[in-house]
Write a protein that binds this ligand. Structure first.
Ligand code: GLC
Ligand code: CA
Length: 551
C-alpha cells in the first residue's frame, strides 16, 4: 500500500526521532458504552491525540482474544476481537491515523498465543509427539509418573510456568510451558511452521498499511537447549537472566522479520519489548539487520536522581549509537506504575516497577510525584532519539492504587494470591471530560476498572488551553522539540551545575533539570518552557526548563 498523502514528505527513517503515543485500546475511549474501550472510540478521539503534535501511535493488541491478559493472549492474529470492533474498524483506524499525519504501529505477540488459538486446541486434541504438539512447548514431567514439572521455571505472573494436561484417555499427561498465564502457552520457535505463521501475520498487517510493530516479549522466544533449571529463579521475574531470556538464537527471528518489512519499503519499523540489561546487550536487538528500536527500560527504571540520569543517558547514547541506532526514551507504559506516582514514592525499586503492592506501606506523594513527572517528561522530550508516551501521562494521571480486590483483573493478582497488585492501576480508563459519565470515556458510565474521583480535575477538558496544565506542557515541549529539531540533535553536557542537576545543550537549547533541593540559576537566553513556575530566572527543585541560548 502506498504512503498516504499526509505522510508523503515524512522521511523513511521517521522513527529515529519520532514521538510515539501508546494507545491502550481497552482504556482509551469506549464507542459502544459497554465499559471497554474499542476501535470506533479510538477513531472518534484520535484528532485530540494528534493535536498533541505526536508522530505516531502504537496500539496495544485488539486481536481476537479471550482477554485473560487484556489481549496479550491472542486467539487469532489476523482478526479483531468483537469487544474492540471489526477488521473494517481496524482498517478505518489505520486510514484515519494516516489522514491525520500519524504513523501507526501495532503490537505483535510472538512468544505465546492464547490457549483458545486454533493451534493450541488442535495440540490438546492430538497425541504427545504429534506435529500439532510440536508447535508449542509440550514436555514430559519429572518424577515416577511425570507428576513433577519438567523444570523449576516460574511464570512472570507468579506460580509455576508449566501446566499439566489431561490426555485423551482421561489421565494426566504432558506439561506445556507458559512464561506468563496458563492461558498463554509458549510457541516452539524451533519449529519452522511457527516462523511461517508469523511471517504471514506481519504481511497481513503490512498489507493493511501499518507502519511498524511493537514486538511483545521480544527476548523470550528462544529457550536454552535442554531446558535447564533456572539458576536465577529468586530474581525479579522480568530480569534478563535465566534460560528463557535473551538467548542468542532470538536474533535470527528478527533478521528474518527485517527482510519481510523491507519488502514493503524502507519506512516500516519494529520496536523490541526486551527487558534486557545492560543496555549494550539490549542494543543487539537494533543492529542494522534486525529491529529499529528497543524500549529503553534502563531509562524507565531510573529514579529521579541526577547522577543516575546522566549515567543512563550516557549509557543509552553509547549503547544504541554503537550499533548505529537511535536511543528511545520512555517513562510509562501499560505494565508499570505510572511515573506520576512512581516518582512520588520515598524509594523507587530497581527493575520493573509493576504495581505498588498491598504489603507496601509506601504510598506515593501525589504533589511531589506530579511535579517530578512533569520535570522528567520535559527532560525526556529534549533528548535526541525517539520518545514513547503512554496514554494519560499527558494529563498527569497517577497510578490508581485503591481498586477493590474483587474488581482487579490482572492475572498477576490472582497468580500471587493477592501478594502483587499487578498492573491494573495504570490501566484505568482515561478521563476526557470532567462532568460526563465515566469522565467522557463513554456515555453510559460503565468502566471495566473503576475510575477515581481525582480523574475529574485531571480530565482533558480541564486542561486544554489552560496555561501551566500538564497537557499544555506536553503540547509545548513536543512542539518546541520539533521546532528546534531536538530529536535529531545531539547532546553536550553543561558544566558548572551542581551534581543534583541534569544540564545539557541540544541544538542550541539548554535543558536544565533540577533534581536537587535548592534553586538553580538558569543560563542567559530565552526561556522556552518550564515544567513549573520560575521566580527571577531561578529554577526550583523538581523542575525542568528549556532555554534558547543566544547564538
Ligand atoms: C508484555 C506485555 C504485557 C503482557 C506480557 C505477556 O510484557 O507488555 O502486558 O502481559 O507481555 O504478553
Ligand atoms: Ca466498547
Amino acid at each position: 500500500m502506498s504512503a498516504p498523502h499526509s505522510l508523503v514528505n515524512s522521511p523513511a527513517d521517521w522513527w529515529r526521532h519520532a514521538v510515539i503515543y501508546q494507545v491502550y485500546p481497552r482504556s482509551f475511549a469506549d464507542g459502544n458504552g459497554d465499559g471497554i474501550g474499542d476501535l470506533p472510540g479510538i477513531i472518534h478521539r484520535l484528532p485530540d491525540i494528534a493535536a498533541l503534535g505526536i508522530d505516531a501511535i502504537w496500539l496495544s493488541p485488539f486481536y481476537t482474544s479471550p482477554q485473560k491478559d487484556a489481549g496479550y493472549d491472542v486467539a487469532n492474529y489476523c482478526d479483531v476481537d468483537p469487544v474492540f470492533g471489526t477488521l473494517a474498524d481496524a482498517e478505518k483506524l489505520i486510514d484515519t491515523a494516516h489522514d491525520l499525519g500519524l504513523r501507526i504501529i501495532v503490537d505483535i505477540v510472538p512468544n505465546h498465543s492464547s490457549d483458545q488459538h486454533e493451534w493450541f486446541q488442535e495440540a490438546l486434541a492430538s497425541e504427545p509427539g504429534s506435529p500439532q504438539r510440536a508447535r508449542y512447548m509440550f514436555h514430559e514431567g519429572k518424577g515416577d509418573s511425570g507428576e513433577l514439572p519438567p523444570n523449576n521455571w516460574e511464570s512472570v505472573f507468579g506460580g509455576p510456568a508449566w501446566t499439566r494436561v489431561i490426555e485423551s484417555e482421561g489421565t494426566p499427561g504432558q506439561w506445556y510451558l507458559h512464561l506468563f498465564d496458563s492461558s498463554q502457552p509458549d510457541f516452539n520457535w524451533e519449529n519452522p511452521e511457527v516462523w511461517e505463521m508469523f511471517r504471514g501475520v506481519l504481511r497481513f498487517w503490512l498489507d493493511r498499511g501499518v507502519d511498524g510493530f511493537r514486538v511483545d516479549v521480544a527476548h523470550g522466544l528462544i529457550k536454552e537447549q535442554g531446558l535447564p533449571d533456572n539458576a536465577y529463579a529468586k530474581e525479579a521475574p522480568l530480569g534478563n537472566r535465566g534460560p528463557f531470556w535473551d538467548q542468542d538464537g532470538v536474533h535470527e527471528v528478527y533478521r528474518d522479520w527485517h527482510k519481510v518489512l523491507e519488502g514493503y519499503g524502507p519506512d516500516r519499523m519494529m520496536c523490541a519489548e526486551a527487558w534486557v540489561l545492560p543496555l549494550e546487550k539490549m542494543a543487539w536487538y537494533v543492529r542494522e539487520d534486525e529491529m529499529h528500536q528497543a524500549f529503553n527500560f534502563g531509562y524507565l527504571a531510573t529514579a529521579w536522581d541526577a547522577t543516575d540520569l546522566r549515567n543512563v543517558i550516557n549509557e543509552s547514547l553509547s549503547a544504541f549509537g554503537g550499533v548505529g541506532g537511535p536511543s528511545t526514551w520512555v517513562l510509562s507504559n501499560h505494565d508499570v506504575v505510572r511515573h506520576a506516582s512512581r516518582m512520588g514514592l520515598e524509594y523507587q525499586s530497581e527493575g520493573q516497577p509493576t504495581g505498588i503492592g498491598p504489603l507496601s506501606p509506601n504510598k506515593p506523594d501525589a504533589g511531589l510525584g506530579l511535579a517530578r513527572a512533569r520535570a522528567a517528561s520535559a527532560l525526556m522530550l529534549a533528548l535526541p532519539g525517539s520518545a514513547y508516551l503512554y496514554q494519560g501521562e499527558e494529563l498527569g494521571l497517577p497510578e490508581v492504587i485503591d481498586i477493590p480486590d474483587e474488581m482487579r483483573q490482572d492475572p498477576t493478582f490472582f497468580r500471587t494470591s493477592g501478594e502483587r497488585y499487578g498492573r491494573d492501576g495504570c490501566r484505568v480508563p482515561i478521563p476526557w471530560e470532567s462532568n460526563a459519565p465515566a469522565f467522557g470515556f463513554n456515555d453510559t458510565g460503565k468502566t471495566w476498572l473503576p475510575q477515581p474521583d481525582t480523574f475529574s480535575s485531571l480530565a482533558r477538558s480541564q486542561q486544554v488551553g489552560v496555561a501551566g496544565s500538564t497537557l499544555e506542557l506536553y503540547r509545548s515541549v513536543i512542539e518546541l522539540r520539533s521546532k528546534h529539531a531536538l530529536g535529531t540533535g545531539s547532546l553536550e553536557w553543561l558544566t558548572g551545575y551542581p551534581d543534583s542537576v541534569v544540564a545539557f545543550v541540544n541544538n542550541g537549547v539548554a535543558i536544565i533539570a533540577n533534581a536537587g533541593d535548592g534553586d538553580v540559576a538558569l543560563p542567559e537566553g530565552d526561556i522556552l518552557v518550564s515544567s513549573g513556575e520560575l521566580s527571577d530566572n531561578l529554577l526550583g527543585p523538581d523542575t525542568t526548563a528549556w532555554v534558547k541560548l543566544p547564538s
